[in-house]
Design a protein around this ligand. Structure first.
Ligand code: ATP
Length: 369
């Protein structure tokens, strides 16, 4: 396993490069980042934000336009893929149809050369282990072509997991073609495998549930940029960017246009107490509050809202409301009455203030007032 370090890595595809240096032509904007040895990471973001580009730079399928890539202290920026000792699992199965399941799993092991070459007994042991890991023992001697799409993708996963000496295992949306129930099982299995073997794993997805359930650390990307790295808890409690607030959570964070007045925010003429005093800030100023941290109160108390819909999702309800012209989602526990003409109260400590989409840290606010 290895610690993977990106030093000022950036990438522009030749076909999309406009004026040299134009920031908007980067598929991946200049990025420095460390993937710790043995970490389970998810790379999360919407389609086209640069996740696959970043993964392929690490595996060597793409040579970045700039920057340096280190595995531990070794500069691998110019090493070809086969010398990086990386396992990569793609969105669609990559298998040899005419080989059996066991032969497919053995293939990445038989291909090794020099001091890394394995004997037949070692290969058999690792293949058997991989079959057990993924519950494929009964299919070991079946030809890959006769398998279902789900089983084929399991074997692709197995081909990534069969090598124990890799620097990292990279997964590029590996469960997209998998049946939803099996998806959940496989994700849990991957997490167990990570705990057991401690591989450095990077798992690309645009699905927040997949990212949050698989990873210890989630790296959130938007438009070619990493906008926050944190544990699932940190992303939920302290989104550094309005995109993270909205993308993580179900429903996502409420982001309300506001004005600041010292230690209060004014939203649609209503005043909300803030956890600290803020200086006058220029640009687009917004207040972020998660639906879980808003309370509905009786008429005449709190800021008045109009309820437009109530979605019952089983263990709680999501109240959709209008605060002036701005939409607000509020999570209300089962059994709690919803007043006919309610007001809302925001939990002060859970409010974030965002300037041009970025969180203004409370310590910055304190220092500058
Ligand atoms: P998805 O989830 O849809 O796979 P992604 O987050 O993995 O998206 P990338 O595939 O890395 O994003 O693409 C990042 C940007 O680079 C996108 O704007 C995409 O259109 C562009 N891009 C990707 N591959 C190429 C290519 N070969 N040539 C030119 N532009 C490309």
């Amino acid at each position: 396993m290895a610690r993977i370090v990106l030093n000022n890595i950036a990438h522009r595809y030749a076909s999309s490069a406009t004026a040299a240096g134009a920031a908007d032509s980067y598929a991946l904007k200049p990025l420095s980042h460390v993937w710790e040895d043995g970490g389970a990471y998810a790379l999360l973001g919407p389609s086209g934000c640069g996740k696959t580009t970043l993964l392929n730079i690490i595996s060597g399928l793409i040579t970045p336009s700039q920057g340096q890539l280190l595995f531990d202290d070794t500069d691998v920026s110019h090493l070809p893929t086969e010398q990086r000792n990386i396992a990569q699992v793609f969105q669609f199965p990559v298998l040899y149809d005419t080989m059996t399941v066991a032969e497919n799993l053995a293939f990445p092991l038989r291909n090794r050369r020099g001091s890394n070459k394995l004997g037949n007994a070692d290969i058999k042991k690792r293949v058997d282990d991989a079959l057990v890991m993924l519950g494929l023992e009964h299919l070991a001697h079946k030809k890959a072509r006769s398998l279902t799409a789900d089983d084929k993708q399991k074997i692709s996963l197995g081909r990534g997991l069969v090598r124990t000496d890799v620097n990292a295992i990279l997964f590029d949306e590996p469960l997209t073609v998998i049946d939803p129930h099996l998806k959940w099982q496989l994700r849990t299995r991957l997490k167990q495998i990570h705990r057991e073997f401690g591989h450095t794993m990077i798992y690309v997805t645009h699905d927040q549930t997949e990212a949050l359930t698989f990873a210890d650390k989630v790296v959130v990307m938007l438009a070619g940029e990493v906008i926050q790295t944190g544990t699932p808890e940190e992303l939920f409690r302290h989104p550094q960017h309005t995109f993270v607030g909205k993308f993580i959570g179900s429903p996502g964070m409420n982001i309300l246009s506001c004005e600041l007045a010292g230690d209060e925010a004014i939203v649609e003429g209503c005043r909300f107490a803030l956890p600290t005093r803020y200086p006058a800030l220029s640009g687009n100023i917004e207040l972020g509050i998660r639906p879980e941290f808003i309370r509905l109160v009786d008429t005449g108390k709190g800021a008045p809202v109009i309820v437009t819909a109530i979605d019952d999702v089983g263990h709680h309800r999501i109240v959709r409301a209008l605060l002036g012209r701005q939409l607000l989602d509020i999570v209300v526990a089962e059994g709690v009455a919803i007043p006919a003409n309610p007001g809302v109260v925001f939990e002060t400590g859970s409010i974030g203030i965002y300037q041009n989409a970025r969180l203004v840290s409370a310590s910055f606010a304190e220092k500058t007032t």
